[in-house]
Design a protein around this ligand. Structure first.
Ligand SMILES: Cc1cc2nc3c(=O)[nH]c(=O)nc-3n(C[C@H](O)[C@H](O)[C@H](O)COP(=O)(O)OP(=O)(O)OC[C@H]3O[C@@H](n4cnc5c(N)ncnc54)[C@H](O)[C@@H]3O)c2cc1C
Length: 329
């Protein structure tokens, strides 16, 4: 058994200082990190408990009309917060689609952003091949069980997917992740927060060593009237997405004025379908436009032995989610 030290921080600077030592990890709700530790996938030498930093535990309005969600706000509190439900219903729906009520009561916004893939080979240390867990060892999923794996943006090194529902909605909403660390504060546009695997699938995000996520900032709400989060999964609850779609529209009569479409369950990061968005803008939500816009999202998709069904599923899910958001379903 490894010896692990534990330190409880009560403010941001103390947390950053406590995490300076090699092998330190922040712990929020612990719903992912503790599982990974029990399975021998994560082996931190020190846990820095951030759950007593009060300044990161609230939802506050921003001067521009946006909203700041502290990194320690629990998923259930965020989902049910009146401002989030009223102004960003897409995000509330995405939170509620994730995990179970008990897990959402523990899970924090910062931890949700950082949760790791659910690839079977990453979780099971009995498999020697996993470039994400053991860089250079290979990818067992390429030829193995790959039903839940990526169809977009994968590499020969890794075909794992990002499992977060919340993050798909945040990608569509153009959120900003605020972080603080040894080099000070910075703001990371959401599209730049999660990475594609490339040659370094062991690196999930652009967060630097020792940096603490302090909040997620939402721009002013534009999509409260026309948005929908659709999650397609094997069970009605307590299951990760095979494919999910966050659709957000601004309508001018019957015509789409602005469109945001992000996909989950299909790539190593939440996937913005920008060509789909461009096709939708300026058009009414006709059957033909929806079909053609959805096809654009998967034009570069590549399926593997068990997951080719996701290519058609993603298109159908886009059509359903965008139609529902636009009120034409
Ligand atoms: C059975 C099960 C089913 C689930 N189903 C779903 C699902 O359907 N959809 C979904 O989206 N999720 C699902 N989840 C995942 C769940 O949402 C995550 O476990 C949870 O969001 C992680 O949050 P946490 O606060 O517990 O993170 P922790 O476990 O505390 O931490 C996770 C990681 O984040 C890092 N971290 C935490 N906070 C910060 C911070 N502020 N700054 C920097 N790093 C930080 C930690 O060091 C660790 O590496 C499921 C989990 C389980 C166990």
């Amino acid at each position: 058994m490894d010896a692990i030290s534990y330190e409880r921080a009560t403010d941001v600077s103390a947390a950053i200082k406590a995490a300076q030592q090699p092998g330190a990890a922040f712990i929020g709700g612990g719903t992912n990190l503790l599982d990974l530790m029990k399975g021998g996938v994560a082996r931190p030498l020190k846990l820095v408990d951030i759950t007593h930093i009060n300044s990161l535990g609230s939802v506050t309005p921003l001067p521009d009309g946006g909203l700041r969600i502290g990194a320690l706000v629990r998923n259930s509190d965020a989902a049910n917060h009146a401002w989030i439900r009223g102004r960003y219903p897409l995000l509330s729906q995405a939170f509620l689609a994730g995990a179970s009520a008990q897990l959402r009561n523990m899970a924090t916004v910062g931890g949700n952003l950082m949760q790791r893939t659910r690839c079977y080979y990453f979780y099971d240390t009995g498999f020697s091949q996993c470039n994400k867990r053991a860089p250079g060892s290979g990818c067992a999923a390429l030829e193995g069980n790959n039903r839940i794996h990526a169809i977009l943006g994968a590499s020969e090194q890794c075909i794992a997917t990002n499992p977060s529902d919340m993050s798909v909605a945040l990608a569509a909403l153009d959120a900003v992740v605020r972080v603080n660390g040894p080099q000070g504060e910075r703001a990371i546009p959401f599209a730049e927060f999660h990475r594609l695997p490339g040659d370094h699938p062991e690196v999930d995000t652009t967060l630097k060593s020792g940096e603490l996520i302090t909040s997620v900032d939402l721009p002013p709400p534009l999509f409260a009237d026309h948005s929908h989060y659709l999650k397609v999964r094997d069970r009605a609850s307590y299951a990760f997405a095979l494919v999910s779609v966050a659709a957000a529209l601004q309508m001018d009569g019957d015509t789409v004025k602005t469109a945001r479409v992000a996909l989950g369950g299909v790539a190593h990061k939440p996937w913005r379908a920008t060509a789909t968005e461009q096709m939708l803008v300026g058009n009414p939500l006709s059957h033909d436009t929806l079909q053609r816009a959805a096809a654009l999202a998967v034009r570069d998709a590549k399926g593997y032995r068990e997951n080719r069904f996701k290519i058609e599923l993603a298109q159908r899910a886009i059509v359903r989610a965008v139609s529902t958001a636009g009120g034409v379903a």
